[in-house]
Design a protein around this ligand. Structure first.
Ligand SMILES: C=CC1=C(C)c2cc3[nH]c(cc4nc(cc5[nH]c(cc1n2)c(C)c5CCC(=O)O)C(CCC(=O)O)=C4C)c(C)c3C=C
Ligand SMILES: [Fe+2]
Ligand SMILES: [Fe+2]
Length: 334
């Protein structure tokens, strides 16, 4: 490598999403859950207390039940979960867009495969000495965004020559994010003969204890909800913010989506739509939890129409959102 090449900048971008098991069998899911739920950013309990519960109880029963859920949503052609399929599609589309600028775009999962370590190694082998880390979470939480950054820097501990690193905090009210959601929601609803009486904005929940300790996630979700209501000219009642995916016995952020749906059933509301703006890609929590579990809950208690609005996934507006974020974040590097 001559002096000139050493000083040449080459930019890499690493998209990171949560993770997913490699298959729907008991052991694949157990391995994945064990890694995920051993993360101290996710479960803030002492290992002495939590590990026996996790290894002895949670991992004995949950993988089998989850296996049935994953089977319902699995992409059998690609033999991957939807979250992995869409994250890969996002990275590949962006790679095409950025190829002429000599920027490498890769994707990784925080838990499971492909690992952050493998993809950082790959980017560095490609000569990237400036790397942008893009956690695919529009709303910041220590349980998601921060743990991605933790893992990135843990991997870099073994490097003598580290690349320059930038990390993205969040983008809860980025105009292109709101525009993309506005457009995809309209797209789904315009074919409906009757418009929904409520459009629920459903976000993954978080233990209340974490919010009280300073996690800004709730405020971040409220920012997104406010921007979406603005874009649609709707009220909080017409477009409520709700939380899903409660886990464990702690008190979690509310209102809980199941309670809200039951309340609608009581009020005689018959036509609702649900969108999950916090997920950049459809996954177990949307395709199964919302589109199967909560659909069933609403329809079996008197509801007539339940519309699930898919996530941004690999929609062209999602790709252009990510492209604009990347261009913004690498300013000064080019
Ligand atoms: C205390 C536990 C959990 C916290 C805190 C948490 C935060 C959190 N998670 C997401 C996004 C996703 N979570 C997904 C699955 C999932 N989440 C938990 C637990 C916590 N999440 C569990 C145990 C699981 C596995 C499924 C289950 O057992 O119910 C997924 C889906 C992955 C997939 O393969 O499809 C996503 C995505 C966010 C954004 C978040 C913080 C706000
Ligand atoms: Fe989760
Ligand atoms: Fe869930």
């Amino acid at each position: 490598m001559n002096r000139n090449e050493r000083h040449q900048r080459k930019i890499g971008v690493l998209l990171v999403n949560l993770g997913t098991p490699e298959g729907t069998d008991y052991w694949s899911i157990r391995r994945y859950l064990s890694e995920f739920l051993s993360d101290k950013r996710v479960i803030e309990l002492s290992s002495l207390l939590w590990q026996p519960i996790l290894q002895g109880f949670v991992l004995a029963f949950r993988p089998r039940r989850l296996g049935h859920s994953y089977k319902k949503i699995w992409d059998n052609v690609k033999n991957k979960s939807p979250l992995a399929v869409f994250t890969q599609n996002q990275a590949e589309s962006l790679q095409i867009d950025f190829a002429n600028q000599n920027i490498c775009v890769e994707w990784a999962m925080r838990y499971g495969k492909p690992s952050i370590e493998k993809k950082l190694d790959f980017l560095i082998e490609q000569g990237c000495n400036h790397i942008l880390i893009l956690p695919l979470y529009p709303q910041y939480s220590a349980t998601t965004t921060a743990t991605v950054n933790d893992e990135v820097f843990r991997v870099l501990m073994s490097y003598r020559q580290q690349p320059a690193i930038r990390t993205l905090f969040s983008f809860p009210d980025h105009p292109d994010y709101i525009k993309a959601l506005h457009h995809t929601i309209q797209e789904q609803l315009q074919s409906r003969a009757v418009q929904p009486e409520r459009i629920l904005l459903s976000f993954h929940g978080l233990p209340l204890r974490y919010v009280k300790a300073g996690d800004p996630y709730e405020q971040e979700c409220q920012k997104t909800a406010a921007a979406l209501r603005d874009a649609f000219g709707k009220t909080e009642q017409e477009m409520p913010l709700v939380y899903q995916s409660r886990f464990g016995p702690d008190k979690w952020l509310g209102p809980n989506i199941a309670d809200v749906i039951k309340e609608y059933n009581k009020q005689g509301i018959q036509n609702i739509a649900v969108v999950a703006p916090g997920f950049m890609a459809d996954c177990l929590e949307t395709k199964e939890e919302i589109n199967c579990e909560y659909r069933e809950l609403f329809l079996s208690n008197g509801g007539k129409e339940f519309t699930y609005i898919p996530c941004l996934n690999d929609h062209p507006l999602a790709i252009s959102l990510l492209k604009n974020i990347i261009q913004q974040e690498i300013k000064g590097w080019i």
